[in-house]
Design a protein around this ligand. Sequence first.
Ligand SMILES: [Zn+2]
Length: 275
Amino acid sequence: MNTHVFKCIFCSSKGPFNTEEHVIPESLGNDSLICKCICDTCQNYFGKEIENYVLSKTPFAFWKVWYGIKSKKGKFPSIDLSQPKKEKGRIPQTSAYHDQNIGFSYHEDNTISVDINDGNLINEIIEGRKSAFNFVISPKSIEQIGRFLGKMAIELIALNKYENAMTSKYDGIRIYARRGIFKSLWPIMNGKLKNRIDLYEKINEEFEESVIYKYKIFEYGDCTYFIFDIGMERWGINLTNQFPDPATIHIFDQDECINANWIWYHDREWRKETI
Ligand SMILES: [Zn+2]
C-alpha cells in the first residue's frame, strides 16, 4: 500500500523522495536539519543551481572559509570570488568595480590565506596604492541569495508544520526559489551583526560540531519574514511580499544588528533590454 500522501513542497510532485535534503547546507555545518518533503529533482536542482553558486561566489562562501568548515571528504574550504569574464545568462553577474582573481583558503594550521592571482594587483598592494578589495553584489548574486533564503525558509516552515509550507501565501517565494526570476528581482536585506557568531566546538577528534549561523522566521504586520545570521552578517527576506515597504527595514535592525539595508536593482538596471 502506498502511504505516501504528501507532495513536494516546491513542485507538488509525488516524488520520488530518496535523497536527503539538508535545509541549511552541510558545508555551513548543518548535519541535523533534514527535510523529507522535497523530491529528488528539486533537491538536485537546488544543490546544483543555487547552493553551489551561493557557497562559492557570495559572502556566504567567505564565511564558509573563515570558519574552516571541512567538506564531507575532509577537505578545507577554498574559494575564488572572481566573476565570469563575460556575461552569460540573462541576469548580469559582472561589474567593472569587482576585484578579480582574489580568493580565500583555509589551511591545516588554522590560518587563512588571501590568494591573489594577479601580479598587477599584488604590486598595487605592495606600493600602497590599494588597501581594500571590492566585491560587488551583482543582480545574479541578489537573485541567488534570495532564492537560497527562500528555499531554506520554506523548508524550515515545512519542518515545523508541512501544511503551513503549502499555503498559498508562500507561492510567490516558492516559485522564485525553484524557478527564478520572471519579472523582478526579489529584494534581500543585509545588515551587520554587532558580534560575530562564534559557536565552534571541537569535542574530540572524531566528533566535531560547528554552528556558524542562527535563523528566525517571524510575522510582522501581515507579512512573514526570514532572518539568517552568519559570521558577522544578517541576511533577511520578506517571504510573502516581493515588493516590501522600504520602511519595514527597521524590523531587521534588532538588538544584535545595525545598518540594515534592502539590496536590489531596478528592473531596468538588470534587464538587458533592447529598446
Ligand atoms: Zn519537487
